[in-house]
Write a new protein. Structure first.
Length: 170
């Protein structure tokens, strides 16, 4: 999976759809909302802490503990929200692939490492399985509220839908 930083940046810059950016463990969230004069009040809701306006990024900074709540409330208010968050890709391959002399490859490298020892810090589990953690990348996804009437009556409290695939960010 390759990250397209330009897509994450363009998602962040657009103004029509709310965006929440989870930067990592323990780091406050960054939230961009379509303009409304009551955004501060809406974002704070009944919470003790106050959102802080970050002028440089034209967004609000809020505690990471608000992540799920902000997403659910944004879905009610706006109908959809982009979520941008880091992830680490796991690549799986094996010495059997690296030592191969033929062209057939069935591991996740899709032949990239076939017949040669790949660079990186691989953890060899067995002759047929090895893995390495890739660097952090950004995953972007659009979450949308389900249209009224699309849920079964016994499932009224089911979660909103995540729209795959992510918007060309990963």
């Amino acid at each position: 999976m390759a990250t397209d930083e330009r897509s994450a940046a363009s998602i962040w810059r657009q103004r029509e759809i709310a965006v929440i950016y989870r930067r990592g463990r323990g780091i406050p969230l960054m939230v961009k909302l379509p303009y409304s004069p009551d955004n501060f009040t809406w974002l704070r809701a009944e919470k003790h802490r106050k959102p802080e306006w970050i002028k440089q990024f034209k967004c609000w900074e809020v505690p990471i503990a608000w992540f799920d709540d902000v997403i659910l409330r944004a879905l009610k208010r706006f109908g959809r929200i982009y979520v941008i968050q880091p992830f680490r890709a796991l690549e799986k391959c094996a010495p059997a692939c690296w030592n191969a002399r033929a062209f057939q490859c069935e591991c996740s490298c899709l032949g990239k490492n076939h017949g040669s020892f790949p660079a990186g810090n691989w953890w060899v589990i067995s002759e047929t399985f090895a893995m390495q953690w890739q660097g952090r990348e950004l995953a972007c996804r659009l979450i949308e509220r389900r249209p009224a009437g699309s849920q079964k009556s016994e499932n009224r409290d089911s979660p909103p839908t995540a729209v795959p695939p992510p918007v060309s960010c990963v």
